[in-house]
Design a protein around this ligand. Sequence first.
Ligand code: NAP
Length: 492
Amino acid sequence: MIKMPDGKLFIGGEWETGTGEEIVSIFPADGSINCSLYGASKDDGLRAIKLAKSAQSQPSWRSLKPHERARYLYAIADGIEANIDRISQIQTRDTGKTLRETAILASSASGTFRYFGALLESSDDLLTAQRNDSLTMSVHEPLGLVTAITPWNSPIASDAQKVAPALAAGNAVLLKPSSWSPLVSLELARIVESAGLPKGIFSVLPGSGHEIGGLLVDHPDISKVTFTGSTKTGRSLAIKAAKKLMPISLELGGKSPVIVFKDSDIDIAIAGVMFGIFSSTGQSCIAGSRLFVQRDIYNEFVERLVKATKKLKVGSPYNLDTQVSTMIHPQHRDSVAAYVDLARNEGANILCGGESPSGAEYKKGAYYLPTIITEVDNSAQICREEVFGPVLVVMPFDDEADVIEQANENEYGLACGIWTNDFPKAWRVGRAINAGTVWVNTYKQFSISTPFGGEKNSGIGREKGRNGIRAFMSQKSLYFDLTGNSHPWAEI
Ligand code: NAP
């Protein structure tokens, strides 16, 4: 077992004990305590903001040439890569995710820093088309101080997706991780520190969302907030941002439809549907939680899906063959169970799961079995709201028009999966669905070079891709006179 972080916070480049509320990180597979720490208070936050402001305004950060700043991003990428095992173990302890998954997340975080370093070095500013006697250009500059607020479900990956482009842009970054998973972000701080960034450019401030999170949004020196989390919290932060006229990007919840047409390869579709909902124990914003199966194959498909789901290995995140691990916290498991109970009481058919597994090895953990529910209408609460657990609702559909209407009849618009061998149909349906990402004959595939984000209540803005750094910069236009003449308007 690796040694857990000591619980100190990274405030303005120094390791300190927080002066806010106590946070206890638990290993949700058995309830044992990983570490207890004191979160950041408002005073800690104010100090971090002051130090960030001073550090960001120094030429040693702000005026670095792109290739010089990129070196820091490469050093962070190398640091993550050299510590994948440690990061993966910490995140598994903190979240209950399988070691296999957390190693992939750590490796992708390293790739994210490397990608944004390379993008930084290779991005050009614009010489705009000349329309008069001036040389005209458009350049990009850092915004200043960026607050990044992240959730608990994939902390190292969400942290990297925000911190890497915001640093690349030349900002100082104040990272506020979830109170349920503070440890891996603090580990990221150790790596950033080893990469030699100027003190104050990066702080990690776990603590109460309301208190420290609120300060890091409200404070007048904060120039942008990038948030990933629930729609409810995101909406409240958007209102605050509007009052300050501050840009905010929001990566929020989802209730993603997955559509299986009768002409799909059924075996491949069943495996893809299960991965889409049950991997990460369903605690994924893009979980394919609403399944629509064409009526002609509905009965056969559901029967085979249930049979395969019952075979999934539910167990400790340390077992290499575990497919469905514990949930993040007993409280969250109870909220997932309450959704299923509600559907049951409203007459839904629970075809498998619908309870915690029995057996001594599950007793102390926050486990819940992969659950498949039928006989529900698309307007039922379990079909409308994000459950954020291993719970799939299945509904039949008749034709393209019917499934497009049902899939879009939801307040979210994050992702969609389409299973078919008819590619013109996949194109038509994919373009008609309100979603930021559409997967065809695959699901939950990611690439840092491909933008990600949601429509409707799933968010505002895009992360990743070639515009990722520009989202953390402001654009400035410059006009240089080419004539040397005085302006004809006034004779001197
Ligand atoms: P959450 O409750 O909204 O919390 C997210 C973050 O916001 C946490 O760090 C939280 O801190 C902080 N926070 C809470 N109240 C705040 C306030 N008033 N001011 C500032 N910060 C505040 O969400 P969660 O339960 O951690 O995460 C699950 C949600 O994230 C799901 O809805 C999921 O779909 C969404 N998600 C979306 C994406 C995406 O890319 N679209 C990716 C992953 C997850 P505390 O922990 O201290 O409360």
